[in-house]
Ligand binder design. Sequence first.
Ligand code: NAP
Length: 253
Amino acid sequence: MMNSPPNTVLVTGSNRGLGLEFVRQLASLPVSPSCIIATCRKPDNAVALKKIASKYPSVHILKLDVTDRENIRSVTEKVGHILEGQGLNLLLNNAGVGPGGDLYDVTEDIMMHTFKTNVVAPLLVTQAFLPLLKSAAKTADCIGLSWRKSAVVNISSRLASIETNEDYLLGRYPYKTSKAALNMVSKNLGVDLREDGILAVSLSPGSVRTDMGVPTAPLLPHQSVEMMLQVISGLNEDDSGSFLNFTGELIPW
Ligand SMILES: NC(=O)c1ccc[n+]([C@@H]2O[C@H](COP(=O)([O-])OP(=O)(O)OC[C@H]3O[C@@H](n4cnc5c(N)ncnc54)[C@H](OP(=O)(O)O)[C@@H]3O)[C@@H](O)[C@H]2O)c1
């Protein structure tokens, strides 16, 4: 059974894949968040997302390219207005890119673009939302750390694991190094934000059939997101700063 959900949530990259599914499942919970900010790069083209928003008034769509600093600034302002004094309980840093790039064809441009999207962006988005995350943690009526208080969930990947790399899909330098760096961001945030009542984790969705995932992936988006929401709903202070699988188990760094 899932613990009662956070009151306010923001998801990045919510027009397709796992981000879209996060919004769909959060909005349709029997007791759902009062406000779900669903961000994406091109709201005009986000047909499936707009359909969800038309069914659930709790869903607000905002334009956010996570690599655009000015856009991050303007979106935090808009979110502040939408939340009307409430803080932000859950930030789901989901947007990401997954280009190939092995030892012989990887380029500087691919490395930099992937790091900007998968590492720098989640860090700067979190930085921008700190006042709202802290405000949620301060006003929440619960003890310990949890998603009802304030949580930052960075969607990582099992491919980030350095310890298990030898037996797991070699190559893919941009993606694997960027997600490993994202894990350090999560760990740092977990330590830095503990005193403020905010937890932070890296969470792997498993291998999922999305545009980024492989067509033969064992999980469908709804299965992965259902399990990730179970895990997120059970997070507490002992989990902060950790790297977790969608099953809730720790993944070796
Ligand atoms: N699928 C898997 O098997 C798998 C496994 C491990 C981890 N993950 C992680 O799960 C997360 C979601 O991936 P997915 O499988 O749902 O992939 P996806 O279907 O390719 O979706 C990626 C999402 O990220 C968005 N995005 C990319 N760059 C962006 C930017 N600069 N600003 C805002 N949004 C941006 C995309 O928006 P546009 O439509 O505008 O491009 C899209 O909404 C990613 O972080 C990924 O690394 C996935």
